[in-house]
Design a protein around this ligand. Sequence first.
Ligand SMILES: [Zn+2]
Length: 319
Amino acid sequence: MVAGIDVGHRHIRVALADVADPAAAAGHPAPPERIELRADLPDYHGVSEGLAAAARLLDEALAQADVRREALRGAVVGLPAPVDLETGAVGASGVLPGWVGVPVAGRVSEHFGVPSWVDNDATLGTLAEQRWGALREVDDGMFLKLSDGVGAGLVLAGRLYRGPDGTAGEIGHVAVDPGDRFAAVCRCGHRGCLETLVSTRTVTALLEPLVGARLTVAEIVARARDGDAPARRVLADTGHHVGVALAGLCTVLTPRRIVVGGELAQAGDFLLAPLHAALERAALPGSTRTADVVTAALAEHAPVLGALALALDRCAVGP
Ligand SMILES: [Zn+2]
């Protein structure tokens, strides 16, 4: 068995699959049969807390699969922060503060007693969509994760582009209006980053005072469907901001398809239509002509499935 683990800012998912499953082989068009479990995590959790939750879910998944812990051959962990592929450590001090400077891959290996690897969650989401989802057979495309954290993965000329140290794609920290001295301060230390405008945290915080209660993204989308004007406005503005931030990238890289994943993807056209409109408006005329904007085929499962895909590849059994 191999495990994929997706650690979010406020959640964790674990997926467990059998390396010997024929559907686990590279080239199979759909994800293999798996056991997938999810739990909430407290905001600003640290490594120990995150790993303890991962171990708990993994043990539960192994029990459900009716196999012992010794059957585990490897694990890949996705984190919502730039990850240095050489050291397996989290970079950018403010993005995931409880995990900074820790050689996460080593800690995971120690914890589970198997080889482990760490990667960025949006990169893993891209990998999953490329293998089993909306980026199949797309040579130039992009996966966008819109959740508590905002990140992206790039596919260029048929290959996943990671950048020289594996940290490419941090679109959440692109300043939408770098000249705005009063823009919100981001956890990375800059002002006016895309993430400060469009994270699930911001989206819910904009509407909660009107409702007088805590809201989930699903509840906001339901309100928008019922015709609630503030909910529609917030989702539309969110899509607009993302489109503005993406426009320059689209002009330069001319992707064919932009796949929107993460929790906010469930807003569908309430968010995607304004995103597309902003892209067309801000990008060089003609440069976005062929880029379609679609929701992720694997929905919020993309990062954990990408972790599973990488674990399957790393631990593949020979013929
Ligand atoms: Zn930032």
